[in-house]
Design a protein around this ligand. Structure first.
Ligand code: UN1
Length: 508
């Protein structure tokens, strides 16, 4: 396993190369850690509440200028960001592995997701279309115009420390907004790295208003400053449902907008006709990828009785054999949990599952994969007699609960009988089952897939979910609309003043 000097030195080298000043992450009061070894790698300077407010005001001033820059020109900034991200991909991907514990391929994949959303946003910068609407009055024209919104706040979680920022920032910037980002306290260094990459793009762009993008390094207080500041028009928050329950009402209280992307308790159904080899691979990636710490992670698996004995023993063998280890030094498929709290939460859920009659395989700490401050675990697969107890909740760890089913209607009901509604999958070659799953009476999630796992969505679609997942949509499709304000414009080019609905109001 890697020595402390190595990880620290490597992180320092990356931050230096990307142009993050050393005094931004050394000598401060806020420690940052790597889950790879559990050691401290940064000492950052948390922003005070006053300083946070000052930065938000500065971002607002930047917005006042940026909103007047033509959208395709704003797109040029995001195009340059995409270029800089391409150049920084290896370093930034590695930094994600160091700070979030992702395996190399997933760290790089996350940066690719950033590049993809930049490409999308560049195209979008010429497509912020409004409708032209038929009016009932002669000599009139009615249309919609989309205008920039203001300062957009971004609160992101440790598990996608850079991609979620980029979904929001790339769209917000082409839509004419300024952005202020409060990254997770667990991944502040990757945030500084991203900001440095954006600053390179800003330097090449030339002439963008100063303070167009800001980072608030800090704890909860920094997030609260963002949520409560009257200049922040929209907060896009990714994290736990508990966080969303606090942030949502606070934003609503001051009539600010929110995009909430909260917990998931994602399920897959394996039907009698499923391609079981394909299902096996998709389940393995969905449930064990990112060590079970994606909001799209597969957590519940319903397997038809007729294929259960063919699939589940194979799945258990994959779980028993999957390589768990240091993502910086080994070709392991499963890296560490983010911290001790995550490990304890996992053990607690496994105890609760046993108490509900679950048969647990795996879940134990993999002692030789790191030092005692790092938390590597063998992913757990738990055969449950029914959907109860911890199965109904999201535990941010690699636990897959497996249940048998016989009746399709009943399994659909079970599928939807949890409080979150993010992602879902069905494995079937039967078109009736597939289409019912996607229909109004099928999956109640924001993402519903056929013969694809629950995680690993592309940026082109709108990303988010229903119920306690929060209802927000980020990324592709028409998610951009949430980052703009809509004006309905009616123009009268006639000599008369006809009133709508035939109302007469003759003042003589
Ligand atoms: C998250 O876990 O917050 O669909 C985002 C996926 C990724 C994004 C996950 N593209 O798994």
């Amino acid at each position: 396993m890697g020595g402390s000097v190595d990880v620290k030195r490597e992180a320092a080298g990356i931050l230096d190369r990307l142009g993050v000043p050393r005094d931004a992450w050394t000598g401060g009061a806020m420690a940052s850690f790597t889950p790879v070894t559990g050691e401290r790698i940064g000492a950052l300077h948390p922003v005070s509440a006053e300083a946070a407010a000052g930065r938000i005001e500065a971002a607002h001033r930047a917005f006042l200028d940026w909103r007047l820059v033509p959208a395709p020109r704003r797109g040029e900034l995001v195009r340059l960001l995409g270029e800089e991200l391409r150049a920084a991909k290896d370093d930034l991907g590695r930094m994600v592995s160091i700070e979030a514990g992702k395996i190399a391929s997933e760290g790089l994949g996350e940066v690719q997701e950033m590049i993809d959303i930049c490409d999308f946003a560049v195209g979008l910068s010429r497509q912020l279309y409004g409708l032209t609407i038929a009016t009932e009055r002669p000599g009139h024209r009615m249309m919609e115009t989309w205008h920039p919104l203001g300062v957009v706040g971004i609160i992101s979680a440790f598990n996608f420390p850079v991609a979620v920022w980029s979904w929001n920032a790339a769209l917000a910037l082409v839509c004419g907004n300024a952005v202020v980002w409060k990254p997770s306290e667990k991944t502040p260094l990757t945030a500084l790295a991203c900001q440095a990459v954006l600053e390179r793009a800003l330097a090449r762009f030339g002439g963008a208003p100063e303070n167009l993008s800001q980072v608030l390094i800090g704890d909860r207080a920094a997030g609260e400053a963002l949520v409560d500041h009257p200049r922040v028009a929209l907060v896009s928050a990714t994290g736990s449902t508990r966080m969303g329950r606090e942030v949502g009402p606070r934003l609503a209280k001051r009539f600010a907008r929110s995009i909430l992307e909260l917990g998931g308790n994602n399920a897959a159904i394996v039907c009698p006709s499923a391609d079981l080899d394909m299902a096996l691979r998709a389940i393995a990636f969905g449930a064990m990828g990112t060590a079970g710490q994606r909001c799209t992670t597969l957590r519940r698996l319903f397997v038809h009785d007729s294929v259960y004995e063919q699939l589940v023993p194979k799945l258990k063998a994959v779980y028993a054999g999957v390589s768990v280890g240091n993502p910086l030094e080994t070709p392991a498929l499963v890296g560490p949990l983010i911290d001790r709290a995550a490990f304890e939460g996992m053990q607690q859920a496994l105890r609760a599952a046993k108490a509900e009659g679950g048969a647990v395989a795996g879940g134990e700490r993999v002692a030789d994969a790191g030092r005692d401050t790092a938390y590597y675990v063998r992913p757990a697969i738990v055969e449950m007699p029914r959907q109860s107890g911890p199965v109904l909740e999201e535990t941010f760890a690699p636990i897959l609960y497996v249940m048998r089913y016989t009746d399709f209607d009943a399994v659909l009901a079970q599928h939807n009988a949890v409080s979150a509604g993010l992602s879902s999958s069905i494995f079937t070659l039967d078109i009736r089952e597939a289409e019912r799953f996607l229909s109004a009476e099928g999956s109640d999630c924001g993402i519903a897939n056929v013969n694809i796992g629950t995680s690993g969505a592309e940026i082109g679609g709108a990303f988010g979910g229903e119920k306690e997942t929060g209802g927000g949509r980020e990324s592709g499709s028409d998610a951009w609309r949430a980052y703009m304000r809509r004006a309905t414009n009616t123009v009268n080019y006639s000599n008369a003043l006809p009133l709508a609905q035939g109302v007469s109001f003759d003042v003589g």
